[in-house]
Design a protein. Structure first.
Length: 220
């Protein structure tokens, strides 16, 4: 069995490309459900055209510019909540999107949240397979924006592996526009090789200007 320990703020204060793969295998617990992280994406704030924080702080992204170890939650496409771990030095706005995971605690509660209104239940591997599904399984929304992930009495708690020896792969981020037409320039998605809960890769879809709809910038 893997040995877990509460995450240290010093770990999360490191460069986002170091923090992101280190979070694989970590456990996130919230509202009676625990998810083991199997896929994440790194976003480097004002240095990253795929980041919400690329153009500087706004009321929406303020938590990303604060100290590491807090949760950044945002509403995606007017339908879903997604969550990120704020990392890097205070003021630099980098974050790690929690893309996918395996429900390892509170399975029935996760199913209640994810299967509501469905005639057939989701396969277990799909309960937290994708950032919106993961947030839904954990019961996360705007109320948890800014939550301290190091507080064991808080709404969301993060534990990482004591020893990290997982087979990790990396590649382009999923559905991210604003990368200069070259998604390979940002191989900042990290996942556990061979894990069935890892999401399917989809490149960004560029819609025509005539339609008046543009692809949203990437996750965090």
């Amino acid at each position: 069995m893997p040995v877990l320990r509460p995450v240290r703020r010093e770990l999360l204060a490191g460069p986002v490309l170091d923090v992101a793969p280190a979070l694989l295998g970590a456990h996130v617990s919230a509202h009676g459900v625990t998810v083991r992280l199997t896929e994440v994406e790194a976003y480097a704030g004002t240095r990253d055209p795929g980041s919400h924080a690329y153009r500087g702080p706004t009321p929406r992204t303020e938590v990303m510019f604060g100290p590491p170890g807090h949760l950044y939650v945002y509403f995606s496409y007017g339908m879903h909540w997604c969550c990120n771990v704020v990392c890097g030095p205070d003021g630099e706005a980098s974050a790690v999107l929690l893309r996918a995971g395996e429900v390892v605690g509170g399975m029935e509660l996760a199913r209640t949240r994810r299967d509501a209104g469905r005639s057939r239940p989701h396969p277990a591997r799909d309960l937290a397979r994708g950032p919106a599904r993961l947030a839904s399984a954990l019961g996360l929304d705007r109320a948890e924006d800014g939550a301290d992930l190091l507080d064991p009495d808080g709404p969301v708690f993060l534990e990482v592996l004591e020893q990290h020896d997982l087979p990790v792969r990396s590649g382009p981020r999923v559905g991210v526009s604003g990368e200069g037409g070259d998604p390979g320039r940002y191989p900042w998605r990290f996942w556990i090789d061979g894990d069935p809960t890892v999401s399917v890769y989809r490149p960004a879809v560029r819609r025509s200007r005539r339609s008046g709809r543009a692809t949203a910038r990437g996750a965090s």
